[in-house]
Ligand binder design. Structure first.
Ligand code: NAD
Length: 474
């Protein structure tokens, strides 16, 4: 079985013990990684701190060249990275609507190149006879990245590349459930970057909180659940770390009565169920107008029953297993709660017998606000569909949730839909789409879904502090 080491200061590092990484399609271990601890965090932060002066003074052009070289190295390694992503996360190589490991690695490559090309221009606020005032963007120092298990490689890239582009050095801690593709990425990067610029520490016990508390880390970028994000925020207060927190979502989609249910159903199914619903900005609550409700839920359930669920390494698989058993059991608990409270389970509603954590795609009709599956983020292959008849009332119901990541309106009247979308309390609102992101448009949550944004210039600026320079002219 392949054993993966940590990488600190450009060198492989072992801990006293290792732990298993499970393939959720089989329930069996396929790799082992080092069980690092707080002492490894200290070592990695010291290496990143030592590398910071050199890296932050490197010219923009040189940093951009090295990051493009990293993008090329990722591309050369694409098939092997895809296999690691599928084995650790369960997502299929291809996947529903092409959303799978190929998209994850391809997206990682695209994000690397686009982010490498971003600029941080000096802004001139005033330039007259009295004075010139310039605003400069300077790197923060050591940035720590903590990532979740749902899109492990892609999210690592979202954190690491802008941090490096802006001139910071980085320590990354991947989820213990899905560390292998990220370790491979850091190995590749360390063939290109100077030692200490990008370090990786694996291990669960105390590693995350040691990072959050560390006095020599200047910023944490975290993607994961809202409770963990709040815990990190508390622990980070000691030295006033900057924070970007991309947290949970419970995105609502609202379907207006003017759409054709047959046309819209496959799109809605795709945005709700890709990666088994284990994407922060998946559609997680669907509000459908009374006049088309039965036809649309029927269509969604038919698509769910036709979906090919299986091992993601097998060609043609659309949905793989749920990433871990705890998550699958949680999802089933929500489905059973809905069933007990009078909802109709139109498809799925149960795990598959046999090995692996396979759960049948589940469409729930007659779901209501107040049911756990509607109010809580299910993060699994389950979509509750809720009936409405008044548009103002449904906007209020969609907004009556503590999360605020994304939301969508589905209609043939784009002008009306866009006006309604702007009433949704969320970081990104889509019309006739949901969850679609791109490397040049900012993305982030409001309310309990997070702090700050990622991507594009706005995202890059979060890895900098402002220095104002005033030059007197007399
Ligand atoms: P999680 O919060 O359980 O874990 C995320 C990471 O935090 C892991 O690496 C974990 O080891 C680490 N961690 C755990 N406890 C910690 C602590 N006390 N201090 C520091 N680090 C700690 O989340 P998860 O279950 O891996 O991911 C699923 C969640 O992530 C969902 O809620 C999903 O919506 C959210 N998510 C959000 C976005 C977004 O962009 N907003 C994207 C992807 C996932």
């Amino acid at each position: 079985m392949q054993v993966f080491d940590m990488i600190i200061d450009g060198l492989p590092v072992k801990a006293e013990s290792t732990f298993d990484v499970i393939n959720p399609a089989s329930g069996q271990a396929f790799a082992r990684v080092q069980a690092g601890g707080p002492a490894h965090v200290d070592q990695a932060v010291a290496a990143a701190r030592a590398a910071f002066p050199g890296w932050s003074r490197t010219s923009d052009k040189h940093r951009q060249d090295l990051l493009h070289a990293l993008g090329v190295a990722l591309e050369e390694e694409m098939p092997a990275l895809m296999e690691l992503v599928t084995k650790e996360s369960g997502k299929p190589l291809g996947g529903l609507n092409g959303i799978g490991a190929g998209m994850e690695v391809g997206g990682a490559i695209a994000w690397t190149h686009v982010t490498a090309d971003l600029e941080l221009p000096v802004e001139v606020i005033q330039d007259n006879d009295e004075a010139r005032i310039e605003v400069h963007r300077k790197p923060l120092g050591v940035v720590a990245s903590i990532t979740p298990w749902n899109w492990p490689l892609m999210i690592a890239i979202w954190h690491v590349i802008p941090a490096l582009r802006a001139g910071n050095t980085v320590v990354i801690k991947p989820s213990g459930l899905t560390p292998t593709a990220t370790i491979r990425f850091v190995e590749l990067a360390n063939r290109i970057l100077p030692p200490g610029v990008l370090n990786i520490v694996t291990g669960e016990s105390g590693v995350g909180s040691a990072i959050a508390r560390h006095p020599d880390i200047n910023k944490i970028v975290f993607t994961g659940s809202t409770p963990t994000g709040k815990n990190i925020m508390q622990n980070a207060a000691g030295n006033l770390k900057r924070l970007t927190l991309e947290l949970g979502g419970n995105d609502a989609g609202i379907v207006l009565p003017d759409v054709d249910p047959k046309v819209v159903a496959p799109k809605l199914f795709g945005v709700g169920f890709h990666n088994n619903g284990q994407t922060c900005a998946c559609l997680k609550r669907l509000y459908v107008h009374d006049s088309i409700y039965e036809e649309l839920v029927g269509e969604l359930a038919r698509i769910a029953r036709d979906t090919i669920v299986g091992d993601g390494l097998v060609e043609g698989t659309q949905l793989g297993p749920v990433q871990n058993k705890t998550q699958m059991d949680f999802v089933h608990e929500l489905v059973e709660d809905a069933r007990a409270n009078g909802a109709r389970i139109l498809s799925g509603g149960k795990a598959r017998a046999g090995n692996g954590y396979f759960y049948e795609p589940t469409v729930i009709a007659d779901a209501k606000d107040g049911m756990r599956v509607v109010d809580e983020e299910q993060f699994g292959p389950v979509l509750p569909v809720i009936r409405y008849s008044d548009i103002d009332e449904v906007i209020a119901r969609a907004n009556a949730n503590e999360n605020g990541l994304g939301g969508s309106i589905w209609s043939n009247d784009r002008t009306k839909a866009a006006a309604l979308a702007l009433q949704l309390e969320c970081g990104t609102a889509w019309v006739n789409e949901h969850g679609a992101i791109q490397p040049d448009a900012p993305f982030g949550g409001v309310k309990q879904s997070g702090l700050g944004v990622e991507f594009g210039r706005y995202g890059l600026e979060e890895y900098t502090s402002i220095q104002t320079l005033k030059i007197m002219k007399n």
